[in-house]
Design a protein around this ligand. Sequence first.
Ligand code: IPE
Ligand code: IPE
Ligand code: MG
Length: 256
Amino acid sequence: MTTASDGRDDRDAGGETAGVPAHVAVIMDGNGRWAKARGLPRTEGHRRGMETVRRIIRHASRRGIGHLTLYSFSSENWRRPAEEVGFLMGLLKYFIRRDLAELHTENVHITVIGERADLTPDIAALLAEAEALTRDNTGLHLVIAFNYGSRDEIVRAARILAERVARGELAPEAIDRDMVSAALFTGGIPDPDLVIRTSGEQRLSNFLMWQAAYSELVFSSVLWPDFDEAAFDAAIDEYNGRERRFGGVDAVQGAK
Ligand code: IPE
Ligand code: IPE
Ligand code: MG
């Protein structure tokens, strides 16, 4: 807990809290294996995984994390059986309908990253509603990566910049890293300091590949439905023991 006695958390003006990374991103993996181990359908793993999502959002908020990005559905997850894809779509709707008001009360600011065009109009409308309702909130910034894929995101950014060049607004040699960053879905959001992947898998699976260039990676063997506050804190502790050098020789001060 980082909440001060007067009820405010102890974030400084820059939105950072001592002892915790400013931006934590999570590849929430292992729902299917959790269910299989119990003889349950994969969908039951997803349902339990949603309860973990609720717990971890509240915990991250209490710990004073600035930004929490959750990989919820990848651009490759459409390859799964239609029944499972349909269930995951339904789960997103259920989550927003059930939790939006409470998250808003808790001052959570919600942003959704990923391709919206492939989503049904009812889901797209719910996501827009969540973003509009919470846009001025100043607490935890919850970034939901849904129908998100890093390669598609980079292709889209290239097109945005190419269109500006074609219109004569931008010279090709003026394109720099900041401009590419700004053209990503995550434009304006700082890069993740820490990327956690649960379930023992050790890969990015098309998640934040540009943004995670210098992120610390922590792999937890815990399956997502079992990933609790203690497991989250253990990942933060592991991060706090790391030395970030960003290509230099010495640890970078303040980059914990
Ligand atoms: C993560 O759990 C949830 C999504 C990818 C939507 P999985 O469904 O990938 O679970 P495993 O990896 O099959 O155990
Ligand atoms: C990554 O998990 C996507 C999400 C957690 C939403 P996957 O389970 O889809 O990744 P792979 O297929 O094992 O790489
Ligand atoms: Mg998986």
